[in-house]
Design a protein around this ligand. Structure first.
Ligand SMILES: *Cc1c(COP(=O)(O)O)cnc(C)c1O
Length: 343
C-alpha cells in the first residue's frame, strides 16, 4: 500500500525517538519543563513573535488563536474550504460562541479587495462585527497552495487599519517557507497569532504551537488548561519537535518533488484531472475526479494499492510525506491515473 492520505501519517524516525528518549523533562502545567520552555521560545523567535504555547493539536492552537482575537457573538472571516471552517468540528462556535463568514475560491486564496468588501468591523447594533480574518498557508483543501507575499502584505495592512485581528493557520507554513524561501518571521510578523504543526510534514508524532504577544499567550495558557490541554512531562514531545526543526525541515523539498512526480505520472493518463502548469506547489495534490464520484475513485485506488482521501464530491487528495519515496509517489500517480481514466 502506498499511503498518501495525509502527512500526519509519518512515524517518528530512529533519531527522533532517540532524542525523545533522552529529553530532560518537568511538569509543564507548572511551566517547569525545560525542553518545552526552550521550544516555545525557539518557535516564537523563528516566527517573529514574543511568546509561544505548545498544544496537543493544531485544532487547539487555532481554537486558542482565534479565541484570543474574537469575542462571543463576533465573527471570523475565512475561506470556504478553511480547516477552521470544515475540519474543526464547529469548535469555534460550539465552545467559544464565534460565527464565521467565508469567501469563495477554488484554491483557498483571495486578495485584499475581496476581504475588504467582506469584513464589517464595528458593525453596530444590527449586524455581526468582524473581529478577525483567518488565512491558511499553505492551504490544505485548496491543494497545498502558497499565498503570494504581496497579497499577505496588503491583507495585513488592511486588517491593521480596520482594527481587525489577523490569524494564520500555519499548520503547513513550513512547506510554504521551503517553497518560497521567505523567512518564517517575515510571514509571522504580518499576523497577530500564528499556529504551526510539528505533526504534519515535519514528522513529529504529536504537537502544535500558537505564537503571539506575551499577553495573548498568557491568556491562551489559561484557556488551554480550561479546555483540558495542559500537559505534564511534554518535554518528550518538545524533543521530537526540536529534532524535526533541526533535521526534517529542509527535506520538505523532497515532499514537493514527490508531489510533482505523482502529478506528472497522473497527468500522463488523466491530464484533465490536474493542471500541472499551476501545481502542485507543495506536498498536496488535489485532483478532479471528473464525471466519477470521488469516493468511488478512492475505493478503486485502494483496491489497486494506493490510499487517497475524498475531500469533496468530485475531488480527491494525495499528500506526500516522509514515509513515502519519490518513486512510490510516481507509481501511485500512474495507478491513480489508470483508475481515473476508467469510465
Ligand atoms: C492538520 C491541520 C490543522 C490541525 O489539525 P490537528 O489534526 O488538530 O493537529 C490545522 N490546519 C490545517 C490547515 C491542517 O491541515
Amino acid at each position: 500500500m502506498i499511503d498518501l492520505r495525509s502527512d500526519t501519517l509519518t512515524r517518528p524516525t530512529a533519531g527522533m525517538r532517540q532524542a525523545m528518549a533522552g529529553a530532560e523533562v518537568g511538569d509543564d502545567v507548572y511551566a517547569e519543563d525545560p525542553g518545552l520552555n526552550a521550544l516555545q521560545q525557539r518557535v516564537a523567535g523563528l516566527l517573529g513573535h514574543e511568546a509561544g504555547l505548545f498544544t496537543p493539536s493544531g485544532s487547539m492552537a487555532n481554537l486558542l488563536g482565534i479565541w484570543a482575537l474574537v469575542q462571543p457573538g463576533q465573527e471570523v472571516v475565512c475561506d470556504v474550504r478553511a480547516h477552521i471552517a470544515r475540519a474543526e468540528m464547529g469548535a469555534h462556535a460550539a465552545l467559544h460562541g464565534i460565527t464565521m463568514r467565508t469567501w469563495d475560491s477554488a484554491d483557498g486564496l483571495t486578495d485584499a479587495a475581496t476581504i475588504g468588501a467582506l469584513i464589517t468591523p464595528d458593525a453596530g447594533p444590527y449586524l455581526v462585527s468582524t473581529a478577525a480574518v483567518s488565512i491558511e498557508n499553505t492551504h490544505n483543501f485548496g491543494g497545498g497552495t502558497v499565498w503570494p507575499m504581496h497579497d499577505l502584505l496588503q491583507i495585513s495592512a488592511l486588517c491593521r487599519d480596520a482594527g481587525v485581528g489577523l490569524h494564520l493557520d500555519g499548520a503547513r507554513l513550513w512547506n510554504a517557507h521551503v517553497a518560497t524561501r521567505v523567512p518564517l518571521a517575515e510571514y509571522g510578523r504580518l499576523f497577530d497569532t500564528v499556529s504551526v504543526c510539528f505533526s504534519k510534514g515535519l514528522g513529529a508524532p504529536v504537537g502544535s504551537m500558537l505564537v503571539g504577544s506575551a499577553q495573548v499567550i498568557e491568556r491562551a495558557r489559561v484557556q488551554r488548561k480550561r479546555l483540558g490541554g495542559g500537559m505534564r512531562q511534554a518535554g518528550i514531545l518538545a524533543a521530537a519537535a526540536d529534532y524535526a526543526l533541526d533535521h526534517q525541515l529542509d527535506r520538505l523539498e523532497d515532499d514537493y518533488l514527490a508531489a510533482r512526480a505523482f502529478a506528472s505520472a497522473l497527468a500522463e493518463t488523466a491530464p484533465w484531472a490536474i493542471d500541472v502548469s499551476t501545481g502542485p506547489q507543495t506536498n498536496i495534490v488535489v485532483l478532479d475526479t471528473g464525471a466519477r464520484a470521488a469516493v468511488e475513485v478512492v475505493a478503486e485506488a485502494r483496491a489497486a494499492g494506493v490510499l487517497l482521501t475524498a475531500v469533496g464530491p468530485r475531488t480527491a487528495r494525495a499528500v506526500t510525506h516522509l514515509d513515502v519515496t519519490r518513486d512510490e509517489c510516481a507509481a501511485a500517480g500512474r495507478i491513480a491515473g489508470e483508475v481515473l481514466s476508467r469510465s
